[in-house]
Design a protein around this ligand. Structure first.
Ligand code: GDP
Ligand code: IMO
Ligand code: MG
Length: 427
């Protein structure tokens, strides 16, 4: 019963989409277990480029069943337009399964996301504005709307009423916005019911039965470890658990079933939105990483903040996720630097600190301690095996592996499926 979790080891955008797609051809199910259409996963197949937000990246592999688990928040209009966009490009999406327990991002959740960010002013999180936080807040407050509610008009109406009761007071009295009419929301949501019906399933049962039958299941995380609501740089995080434990709660699969946890790790670091980022660069090196790496958000189009590799973060990701492997991505982007700085520790108020500090104050004060590694100039995008890499690139990978605490089992040297060096098989 091989069950693999594939997740972001940094602040998201590590290349999870590409890695999932690569494995998609050999697995039976690919499952999203948290997050929603805040994710932007780019998959390049031949000369075709796909940007997926809500659908699991396995949707592009014909033999694979894509699953949206109970831990995901679903914006039905985004889901339907993503499905029709893929259908227009000839991708068969008929195998998709959606958990009836997944929560729905309603139009009022999107409104609340935008107004709360505006009111936070300079303390804002820099969310994607997709309604993610408010939808998870409703879930925890027990006033959320679930996919299954679309099939009982009376329950749906009662639940929308309950959710809007307080929100309309807040919108009108605090935020100076117009109240949202219950009937309008109910009508819109009911309009999605029939279109989504063929996909709705008891995904917990399906996945557990699949594992009993020795099928291969891959859990695809959105966002990344440092954006985790519990283990990330709170409050500058997303509102779900991208870390490995999230796969269990977000898909209804017990931890004893998980056989491998793969951390996707960029050969440098990026971040979108606000929050601390010790190795962030504000100079021409940062500009160069952004330009060469194409570091622009798939979801919001915002420029990503860029910096050098941070081994403290990678070690932390190994620990909180129980990583068994790393998939190192975008090594090709580092070609051309004479020397590449790697952050090996932090200096915090005069002290050298080797591990991620649990205190927010300390993390905000953390200054990177760099070790310089020699760079390389050779084009590595055609490398097929580790030995094809120039010696200094090999040494860079080995140094990262040693500092990060888990074996690097694959290396990305370009965005395409085949631009990958496989070192240890994942299956
Ligand atoms: P995700 O959110 O983790 O799926 O990552 P994104 O898709 O948001 O961002 C990763 C970007 O890097 C995408 O444009 C990918 O096509 C690209 N990419 C992935 N792996 C590699 C790699 O090894 N080299 C290069 N040059 N690009 C890569
Ligand atoms: P993928 O799956 C990078 C960031 C936002 C913001 C914070 C909270 O492509 O790696 P939210 O809308 O989730 O409430 O915003 O989280 N964020 C991401 N950053 N990649 C992502 O997804 C992200 N999803 C959310 O920029 O800082
Ligand atoms: Mg992304």
């Amino acid at each position: 019963m091989p069950a693999l979790v594939l997740l972001g080891a940094q602040w998201g955008d590590e290349g999870k989409g590409k890695a999932t797609d690569l494995l998609g051809g050999s697995v039976d199910y690919v499952v999203r277990y948290q997050g929603g259409n805040n994710a932007g996963h780019t998959v390049v197949v031949g000369d075709q480029k796909y940007a997926l937000h809500l659908l699991p990246s396995g949707i592009l592999s014909p033999g694979c069943t894509p699953v949206i688990g109970n831990g995901v928040v679903v914006d039905p209009s985004v889901l339907l337009s993503e499905l029709s966009g893929l259908n227009e490009r000839g991708v068969d999406t008929s195998k998709l399964l959606i958990s009836g327990n997944a929560h729905i991002i309603t139009p009022y959740n999107v409104t609340v996301d935008k107004v709360t960010e505006r009111f936070l002013g300079k303390r804002k999180i820099g969310t994607t504005g997709r309604g993610i936080g408010p939808t998870y807040a409703d879930k925890i407050n027990r006033v959320g709307i679930r996919v299954q509610d679309l099939y009982d008009e009376s329950i749906l109406t009662q639940k929308v009423e309950a959710a809007l009761d307080v929100k309309n007071q807040m919108l009108t009295k605090l935020y100076n916005r117009r109240a949202i009419a219950v009937e309008q929301v109910v009508e819109e949501l009911l309009g999605y019911a029939e279109k989504l019906a063929p996909y709705v399933a008891d995904t917990v049962l399906v996945l557990n039965e699949a594992l009993e039958q020795d099928k291969v299941v891959l859990f695809e995380g959105g966002q990344g470890t440092l954006l985790d609501i519990d283990h990330g740089t709170y409050p500058f995080v997303t509102s779900s658990n991208p870390t490995a434990g999230g796969a269990c709660t977000g898909a209804g699969v017990g931890p004893t079933k998980i056989s491998r946890v793969i951390g996707i790790l960029k050969a440098y670091t990026t971040r979108v939105g606000a929050g601390p980022f010790p190795t962030e660069l504000f100079d021409e090196d940062g500009e160069a990483l952004r330009r060469i790496g194409g570091e622009r958000g798939v979801t919001t189009g915002r420029d990503r903040r860029c910096g050098w590799f941070d081994a403290v973060i990678a070690r932390y990701a190994t620990r909180v996720n129980g990583l068994t492997d790393f998939f190192l991505t975008k090594l090709d982007v580092l070609t051309g630097w004479e020397q590449i700085p790697v952050c090996v520790a932090y200096e915090i108020d005069g002290r050298r600190v080797e591990e991620l500090p649990y205190s927010q104050t300390d993390f905000h004060h953390a200054k990177p301690v760099y070790e310089m590694l020699p760079g390389w100039n050779e084009d590595i995008s055609k490398a097929k095996s580790f030995s094809d890499l120039p010696k200094n690139a090999q040494a860079y990978v080995k140094a990262l592996e040693e500092m990060s605490g888990a074996p690097i089992s694959a290396i990305g040297v370009g965005p395409g499926r085949d631009e990958t060096i496989e070192i240890n098989s994942f299956l």
